[in-house]
Write a protein that binds this ligand. Structure first.
Ligand code: NAP
Length: 295
């Protein structure tokens, strides 16, 4: 018999991910703190639970996708948290981006009750969540990864088992270092082009397919030129992830000069009230220092 699935956290990401589980034919129970966000999925065939604990009592596999580390702790370990309903042998898959260290602590707490855990953070944005094309980085035991695979395949395209508990979160943070330092380079490149009197679109056309090409350059470079700051991923959420990176780097004693610089630049934009703009608005921090804009 197919395992009963529960989904906690129907935000921008969770809505699309849960819908893809329904489309794949899974029986789905959902819970969201703001109850109205459950309505659309219930009308599409999911059933609504009254709390994470109630959801967990009805499920074999419980998925969480909430904002930050304390939020996962609240819905899993808190009052009425999933831990109070999870049975021995059941599996919790956390798909939020949170602290690798706290992930390992939560996994240990669940293991005391015979409950398994995988950390399975994602990359690919709201578009990837809606289309079921997310990249999913999974940490935990191999047999539980195999167990979870049909569920993960309903939500993602590239699913990589990268190591034990917390390894998925650590790889996600590697992803975030690459994204933001890359965006810093895109911003510097465009400002330098502007100062040199270049046509910015022609500059992008000339360099995008060469050795300097990247997803950020191809997708966010044109948005910068168009001064289109709509978010794929907001500065506020990006900053949350960079805080997680720098905390983990501190624990591991590794210097991250570029990432720390970008963290401070994003802070200036948050203080200017731009936290809900897209992470490519990083260029605005550079423009303020330069005294002119790109485009
Ligand atoms: P979001 O739209 O802000 O949704 C956050 C969800 O978490 C909502 O369902 C919210 O409930 C719930 N939540 C937050 N704190 C809670 C708490 N203390 N107790 C119970 N529920 C709580 O965020 P999102 O974009 O879906 O992101 C979710 C996770 O995916 C984050 O860790 C994010 O970093 C990661 N992620 C996001 C993207 C992206 O492009 N958006 C890409 C990759 C990874 P309410 O509805 O009641 O507020």
């Amino acid at each position: 018999m197919a395992e009963q699935i529960g989904f906690i956290g129907l935000g921008i990401m969770g809505q699309g991910m849960a819908r893809n589980l329904l489309r794949a034919g899974f029986d789905l129970v959902v819970w969201n703190r703001t109850r109205s966000k459950m309505d659309a999925l219930v009308s599409e065939g999911a059933s609504a639970a009254g709390s994470p604990a109630e959801l967990a009592r009805a499920c074999d596999i419980v998925i969480t996708c909430v904002s930050d580390t304390p939020d996962v702790e609240a819905v899993v370990l808190g009052e009425n948290g999933a831990i109070h309903g999870l049975r021995e042998g059941s599996l919790l898959i956390d798909m939020s981006t949170i602290s690798p260290k706290v992930t390992r602590e939560i996994a240990a707490r669940l293991a005391e009750r015979g409950v398994y855990m995988l950390d399975a953070p994602v990359s690919g944005g709201s578009e990837g969540a809606a289309r079921g094309t997310l990249s999913i980085m999974v940490g935990g035991e191999a047999d539980q990864v195999s167990r979870a695979m049909p569920v993960l395949e309903a939500m993602g395209k590239t699913i990589t088992h990268v190591g034990g508990h917390g390894a998925g979160q650590t790889v996600k943070l590697v992803n975030q270092i690459l994204v933001v330092v890359n965006m810093l380079a895109v911003g510097e490149g465009l400002l330098f082009a502007q100062a040199g009197g270049l046509d910015l679109q022609k500059t992008l056309d000339a360099v995008t397919q060469g050795a300097a090409g990247s997803w950020m350059l191809s997708n966010r470079g044109p948005q910068v030129i168009a001064r289109d700051w709509r978010p794929g991923f907001t500065i506020d959420l990006q900053q949350k992830d960079l805080r997680l990176v720098l905390e983990a780097a501190d624990e591991n004693g590794v210097p991250l000069l570029g990432t720390a610089l970008v963290f401070q630049l994003y802070r200036t934009l948050q203080q200017a009230g731009l936290g809900s703009e897209g992470n490519h608005a990083l260029v605005k921090a550079l423009e303020r220092l330069a005294g002119f804009t790109a485009g």
